[in-house]
Design a protein around this ligand. Structure first.
Ligand SMILES: C[C@H](O)[C@H](O)[C@H]1CNC2=NC(N)=NC(=O)C2=N1
Length: 98
């Protein structure tokens, strides 16, 4: 259920409700850049997200340069975006504070 690809309308609604994330041109993934005050804060965020990712068994594609964490989410198995991506994205927004 949680790993089923969302339909076009579900996807639009979920993205609007979430806030801050951009849908890729092909519609198969979504991305957000999180910018922190410094490296420590960026890495603390990544640590919290890593715990959540393990809990959900759902993991981000991400990179970190100094105080910026660039994240892309999708569900490989489903070949697109699923409920799980939105669960993880919501946690990230929560840890970030918006
Ligand atoms: C076996 C295990 O459940 C899968 O490999 C999980 C792990 N984490 C995952 N994370 C993401 N982002 N997409 C997946 O399809 C995925 N699959």
């Amino acid at each position: 259920m949680a790993r089923e690809k969302l339909g076009q309308q579900e996807l639009k609604a979920a993205l609007d409700a979430l806030g801050g994330w951009t849908l890729a041109a092909d519609g198969l993934s979504m991305s957000r850049s999180f910018v922190f005050k410094n490296f420590s804060e960026a890495f603390a965020f990544m640590t919290r997200v890593a715990m959540a990712a393990e809990q959900l068994d759902h993991h981000p594609d991400w990179s970190n340069v100094y105080k910026t964490v660039d994240v892309t989410l999708n569900t490989h198995d489903a070949g697109g975006l699923t409920e799980l991506d939105f669960k993880l994205a919501k946690r990230m927004n929560g840890y970030f504070g918006s």
